[in-house]
Design a protein around this ligand. Structure first.
Ligand code: BES
Ligand code: MN
Ligand code: ZN
Length: 508
């Protein structure tokens, strides 16, 4: 998508579609409200030019201006564009940048529907509820791009409707387009493309997203972004004594890979951050086989690793003054004569022995060794991300990411950033009361606890491998995938937490 600035008015701008954003004005809390045109959004001037057509339609057809609703109005030659699209911003009191992501997605879908190539509109210069124009433009751009996301690689080409919307034009009254706005557009584009990348990786069937393919993709992206990237193969993983990782990989025909991408800023880094992402390219459960209905979506089990790769791509472009290393263990979890069975005991890289109670609790095994590798490099912070436990569904439902960690400041920072990015997150406790369940077996640790709080136990297990390092664990088992289409997210991989982690890392 191309973004340009124009000094034309909405009446004369050369575009296929004009967008006018309208607030929903309500008299009191029971009032359903009505859309209002505003001077700053160009609505009033355009309405005048059209002889009051817009305000008449708003009243006659009761267009309320609720968030991301729209009304298409053809202007029969009275504007350069064929039509005007009124889009609701909802109530001003409830406005956040998230509203603009939804609005952006709505505009993209209408523009593609009416086969508009170019869309023009005004982003008013003032702050809205404390949100600067650059913040708002960034969110709108994300909405434009994410709203157009479809995963169609496996469809017959002739059944695919190509997207027409290619040009977004911001009409600016007076003043030259500020560099800040251009930066916001670039940032929004970078982030949205990275989210699309995660969705693509997650949506790709495991047959086409093996550890080999995923690691090659990581290497390709790192190379493009001028980041250093190392890929360990089976032999190296054995030499490095990653016993828990190997235990999971044993049942596979596909060679495991361990990927390390690193970014170093110019000058002295403000801090050093390690990211660790679960890269299980398919999780059958192993001998603790998953029932079919639970297995079906398990190509999503590498979402943590895909998120790490996407973040490194963003970081390479935004160039924050922090050092960032990403570590990604990649394997599938399969059944085979060589696969581990429940009751087996394996030795971790850090020397601890682990009794495999369930071969389906494989994520914590591969992450444990990856966390050891990360911790040995003495970073200031470790952040791991993983589709670790289905139990997060019962704790927090379909859309929340569970956050656990040994450093409350880091957790608080994440939750604040998540709120600002509208990516739901909630903290769960690393309740030490449940730790006993992990240690009372015949090895140092069991990979399963006694309590029903699977998500907490997952965190407690991982905690054993980070030592004293400040660390946070993000369980994205539910939030990384959606069965239901949402505002700017179709069914499948969501790419969630990319925005929040970008905000967190660039502010550290
Ligand atoms: N990959 C799954 C977790 C998962 C479940 C991700 C649903 C996405 C959607 C993980 O490896 C797993 O199997 N976890 C077990 C943990 C249990 C054995 C403690 C689970 O959720 O049942
Ligand atoms: Mn599993
Ligand atoms: Zn898994």
């Amino acid at each position: 998508m191309k973004f340009t600035f124009s000094r034309d008015s909405l009446e004369t701008v050369k575009a296929d579609l004009i967008v006018v954003l309208c607030q929903q004005k309500v008299k009191d809390k029971d009032d359903k409200g009505i859309a209002i045109l505003q001077k700053a959004d160009g609505g009033i001037a355009l309405d005048k030019h059209l002889g009051g057509l817009l305000s008449k339609i708003i009243i006659d057809e009761t267009f309320r201006g609720e968030t991301a609703t729209s009304k298409l109005i053809y202007t029969s030659g009275k504007t350069t564009a064929k039509a005007v699209l009124l889009v609701g911003l909802g109530k001003t009191k409830e406005f956040t940048p998230e509203v603009l992501r939804k609005v952006g997605a709505r505009i993209t879908s209408v523009a593609n529907e009416v086969k508009a190539r170019s869309v023009a509109g005004i982003i008013q210069n003032e702050s809205v509820k404390g949100f600067a124009p650059s913040t708002r433009i960034e969110a709108l751009v994300e909405g434009f791009i994410l709203g157009g996301y479809k995963f169609e690689q496996y469809k017959d080409k002739k059944d695919i409707e190509p997207a027409t919307f290619k040009d977004a034009i911001f009409c600016q009254q007076g003043g030259r387009p500020a560099r800040l706005l251009e930066e916001a557009i670039n940032k929004g584009t970078t982030i949205a493309n990275a989210i699309k990348f995660v969705r693509d990786m997650v949506n790709t069937p495991s047959k086409d997203m093996t550890p080999q393919i995923l690691s090659a993709k990581a290497k390709e992206i790192a190379t493009e972004a001028h980041l250093s990237c190392e890929v360990w193969d089976l032999k190296k993983i054995k030499e490095e004594k990653m016993g828990l990782f190997l235990a999971v990989a044993r049942g596979s025909e596909n060679e495991p890979k361990f990927v390390h991408i690193s970014y170093k800023p110019k000058g002295k880094p403000r801090s050093k951050i390690a990211l660790v992402g679960k890269g299980v390219t398919f999780d059958t459960g192993g001998y603790d086989l998953k029932p079919g209905r639970h297995m079906l979506a398990m190509k999503c089990d590498m979402a943590g690793a895909a998120t790490c790769i996407a973040l490194m791509k963003i970081i390479a472009e935004l160039k924050p003054s922090v050092e960032v290393d990403a570590y990604m263990p990649m394997t599938d979890n399969m059944i085979d004569a060589k696969a581990e069975v429940p009751g087996n005991i394996v030795t971790a890289r850090n020397g601890k022995t682990v009794e495999i109670i369930s071969t389906d609790a494989e994520g914590r095994l591969i992450l444990a060794d990856a966390l050891s590798v990360a911790a040995e490099k003495k970073p200031d912070y470790i952040i791991d991300m993983a589709t670790l436990t289905g139990g997060v569904l019962y704790a927090l439902g379909e859309i929340y990411t569970a956050v656990l960690g040994n450093d409350q400041k880091l957790v608080d920072k994440y939750i604040k950033a998540a709120k600002e990015e509208s990516e739901p997150a909630w903290q769960l406790p690393l309740a030490s009361e449940y730790k006993k369940g992990l240690t009372e077996g015949i090895a140092d640790l069991k990979n399963l606890g006694k309590t029903r709080a699977d998500t907490i136990v997952g965190g407690l297990f991982l905690q054993e491998f980070v030592g004293e390092t400040k660390w946070m664990h993000l369980d994205i088992a539910e939030s990384a995938w959606t069965e239901e289409e949402r505002d700017y997210t179709p069914r499948g991989g969501t790419g969630t937490i990319v925005r929040t982690l970008t905000r967190l890392i660039t502010s550290m």
